[in-house]
Design a binder for this molecule. Structure first.
Ligand code: WT7
Length: 687
């Protein structure tokens, strides 16, 4: 095990060269940024974190350069040391990005629920595993590892009784309540593959995900409750699975009241069955590369893809990144405060699997940042003694708008690390986070990653100061590059390009469910040997990374990822719509808003605009969910800008929606250039 002091700049340069991370000859600043990072590590990390350096997290490598040079050994040692394996692995990294293959620890065997629960019981059975912050702030509940174990085992037995077998997909449509964690881990326990569908999705969206996953069993609740409002979850699910004989059982948890229609022979109140079931269910021995879950996410086409995450590498990577970015150690006593919903990857990785693998309690937040007042987050931090906090820029912007008086500094004394995720954080929000929430002292971690990567890829290291709005540094073992349009790596500093990854990390998705070709085509085909992220990025003069946003037709609305094509498809189902083009535009709170250009059929051009706009909003809510409701619906009465071959020019529409009309670029290829003037005039009326 090399010690930090053996790393000198000669080794650093040699590593850089061998890995072609950057051309050291032409890029002194970039080289220096990595050296600074490595040099700063032991001293400052020790000083700031009471003597705990990351030596105990990264077993072999202490520096970024070493982590990349010895990445396979590093991940292998971490996996062997941190997880409990039924059978040790002998294979490590068999990935080949040029073929779209990602594989880690292939011949190892383990069970995720055993890693999240059983192994903690001998020493920590009565430690809090889940801190459930219910919508009503007076009703918070704590669930110990022992209680988690009982519930997961009982539910696992109930799933078996309903015929769920290893490899079967179970759809989970639940709000943020302990049952969502029980359900995920009960599936993992018996080797079933969970597919959590965010409870904000509409019946149509849930149906297509249940169909794609071919689930026979769905887990839901009677209702959900947010900001004091009761939302009829079971009713929505009933609509989703109407005439869908594939669904044989609907296991219904009680959240609000049991007064919901139950279809006999199909729907059961699952708590009754759990009470009668045994609290012991043997965990299946799973291969490291067996699927743990599917999670649907949006891409540039209209059809969401079910990304498949596997067991060994995913658990390794979520635990390791939680340690590296948030300085979490096994059995830390403060619960981890991630406010994300389990319907998204952040909830999977940093509410459930990361913290529980490390035996650390985790927050389940059912409410909203402003209910009953905009002090809610800070009350939660105070009451549950949270020191590591993770939220989205959208939530921060909402709270900034509510005013500083809601931030009670005395309640935030414990906070040492403040994370941000889901979308670019603007400099103002970053500064507010640092100064007002963090009292100028807390460390801000703007974390960049994706559903596909399974865990955090780029984030500032604990020992560096960070810059307002920069994701800063690749995590250990992560090798990001910037590509030009031809797929060549852009060297040096002060440059921008398409962000790609050049090495497989253990937590990456392995395939798209039932469509491996789509996985290969989307992520690996554009440029051989790289994983293409779909984001653009800039490397500044110091070599630090800034994420500049999506370069494809994906938009990010309040941290919810949406394909513009999905919204277009929804709009097109309305009989008045001839064609629709949807783009994102800058939105003060949501980050990006949804701007819809809609061309009406001649027969509908004189329909009342407001009524039609309402109908169209309704259609999108019904097809996707409330969070996708359009911000602007712009009737483009003279048409959309198109090339002579008939392709809508979205580049121009994006500029019009954003109000950036000084420089529209080349419009000479448009078939009818005059429509642009009409669109600009109308946009200025609307916004
Ligand atoms: C997309 C992935 C990562 C979990 C939640 C979202 C954007 C995410 C950042 C960040 C700038 C970010 C990217 C990415 N994104 N984090 N820190 N700075 N952009 O997961 O739904 O798969 O969305 O979110 O555009 O590609 P997701």
């Amino acid at each position: 095990v090399p010690s930090v002091s053996t790393v000198d700049s000669v080794l650093s340069k040699a590593c850089l060269k061998r890995l072609a991370i950057a051309d050291a000859g032409t890029s002194q600043a970039l080289l220096k940024s990595v050296e600074d990072l490595d040099d700063a590590h032991p001293k400052q990390a020790k000083g700031r974190r009471a003597g705990r350096s990351h030596g105990d997290i990264l077993p072999v490598t202490h520096t970024y350069l070493q982590s990349v040079a010895q990445r396979q050994q590093m991940f292998a040692e971490y996996a062997a040391k941190t997880l409990t394996w039924r059978k040790a692995f002998s294979k490590v990294d068999e990935s080949d990005l040029s073929e779209g293959v990602v594989s880690w620890f292939k011949d190892g065997r383990l069970n995720a629920s055993e890693n999240c629960i059983d192994r903690h019981l001998p020493t920590h059975a009565h430690r809090t595993a889940l801190v459930w912050e219910t919508d009503n702030p007076d009703h918070a509940q704590k669930i110990t590892f022992q209680q988690l174990s009982d519930n997961v085992n009982r539910l696992a037995n109930v799933l078996k009784a309903h015929g769920v077998k290893r490899g079967d997909r179970v759809t989970i449509y639940l709000p943020m309540m302990p049952a969502i964690v029980y359900s995920m881990l009960a599936c993992a326990r018996i080797g079933a593959v969970h597919s959590v569908v965010f409870a904000g999705f509409s019946d149509t969206a849930v149906r297509s995900r249940i169909e794609d996953a071919e689930s026979k069993v769905v887990i839901t609740a009677d209702n959900s409750i947010r900001a004091g409002k009761i939302i009829p979850l079971k009713k929505t699910l009933d609509a989703a699975i109407k005439d869908l004989p594939q669904v044989e059982s609907v296991l219904t948890f009680s959240r609000v009241a049991r007064d919901v229609p139950m279809q006999s022979g199909r729907d059961v109140f699952v708590e009754d069955e759990m009470a009668a079931a045994s609290p012991v269910c043997n965990a299946e021995s799973m291969g490291a590369e067996d699927p743990l879950f599917l999670l649907y996410t949006s891409g540039s086409t209209g059809k969401p893809k079910g990304l498949v995450h596997t067991t060994g590498g995913y658990l390794t990577y979520t635990a390791m990144t939680l340690q590296t970015v948030f300085d979490i150690h096994k059995y830390d006593s403060d619960p981890f405060g991630c406010f994300a919903d389990c319907g998204w990857i952040t909830g999977h990785s940093y509410v459930v699997y990361g913290p529980l693998t490390l035996g650390v309690g985790t927050l389940l937040f059912e409410s909203t940042p402003t209910f009953p007042t905009p002090s809610r987050y800070w009350d939660v931090v105070h009451r549950h003694e949270i020191s590591k906090f993770y939220t989205s820029p959208t939530a921060l912007r909402t709270l900034i708008k509510a005013g500083n008086k809601h931030v009670h500094r005395h309640k935030l004394k414990r906070l040492s690390i403040l994370g941000s995720v889901g979308e670019p954080i603007n400099a103002d929000a970053w500064q507010w986070y640092k100064d007002v929430v963090g009292g100028g002292k807390a460390h801000i971690a703007d974390t960049w990653w994706q559903t596909e990567t399974g865990g955090i890829m780029i984030a500032p290291r604990l020992q560096t100061l960070g810059k307002a709005g920069a994701a800063m540094h690749p995590l250990p073992g992560v090798v990001p590059v910037l590509l030009d349009a031809q797929g060549a790596e852009i060297q040096g500093v002060d440059v921008s390009g398409a962000l790609a990854l050049k090495a497989a990390t253990p937590g990456m998705a392995r395939t798209v469910f039932k469509d491996h070709q789509r996985y290969v085509d989307t992520y690996f085909r554009p440029h051989k040997g790289y994983y293409i992220t779909g984001d653009g990025a800039r490397r500044d003069k110091d070599g630090h990374i800034w994420i500049t946003g999506r370069v494809d037709d994906v938009i990010n609305v309040s941290g919810h990822r949406l394909g513009t094509a999905e919204v277009e498809n929804a709009l097109q189902t309305h009989p008045a719509v001839a064609e629709a083009a949807v783009v994102g535009f800058p939105h003060a709170i949501k980050g990006e808003g949804i701007y819809c250009f809609v061309n009406l059929k001649d027969t509908h051009k004189s329909t009342d605009a407001e009524a039609l706009q309402n109908e169209l909003r309704q259609i999108v809510r019904k097809e996707i969910g409330g969070f996708a409701s359009p911000d602007v619906i712009h009737f483009a009465l003279t048409g959309l800008p198109k090339t002579r071959s008939g392709k809508v020019m979205r580049r121009i529409l994006r500029k019009i929606a954003a109000g950036n009309t000084e420089d529209l670029g080349d419009t000479s290829t448009l078939s009818e250039p005059q429509v642009v003037g009409d669109l600009i005039a109308k946009r200025n009326e609307l916004l």
